[in-house]
Design a protein around this ligand. Structure first.
Ligand SMILES: [Zn+2]
Length: 140
């Protein structure tokens, strides 16, 4: 895709976001805010018994870059193994967004990524298996 198509894709994700809803009783959730632009986003993730992401969704509001990034991230997370979540990098967000991100928009582009990092930090105890380690989920 060239830059123009990426831009259209981004605007489409902003206009028709994927997975924009609350997951009631999600195994993990975290909110990220970007004060400079007023963006905010809450990421919800649930896992199946094998530690695979069974559902990922978000709620949020803000600029197109931040909201499209959240929408794309939830698409990417679905089906991923818990242990692989920590391998995602800011570069993956830039790749998905596909448009040039100026320094002032970095926090917008990484809003969903920030929420994911919060989840990875706090999700130390497995809520699925009620144990602290050994089930794989705690490997987050
Ligand atoms: Zn923004």
């Amino acid at each position: 895709m060239d830059e123009e198509l990426y831009k259209e894709n981004l605007l489409d994700h902003n206009k028709n976001p994927h997975n924009k809803r609350v997951i009631a009783g999600a195994h993990s959730e975290a909110e990220a805010r970007n004060a400079s632009c007023g963006d905010r986003g809450t990421l919800f993730i649930s896992f199946d018994d094998n530690g695979r992401v069974s559902d990922a969704a978000f709620q949020g509001e803000g600029c197109a870059v931040s909201q499209a990034g959240l929408s794309m991230l939830t698409d990417k997370l679905r089906g991923m193994m818990n242990a692989d979540l920590k391998l995602l990098s800011p570069g993956d967000m830039y790749t998905m967004l596909g448009v040039a991100i100026s320094p002032s928009r970095v926090k917008c582009a990484l809003l969903g990524y920030e929420a994911l990092q919060k989840i990875l930090k706090v999700h130390k105890v497995c809520k699925v298996h009620k144990v602290e380690s050994g089930c794989g989920c705690a490997g987050l």
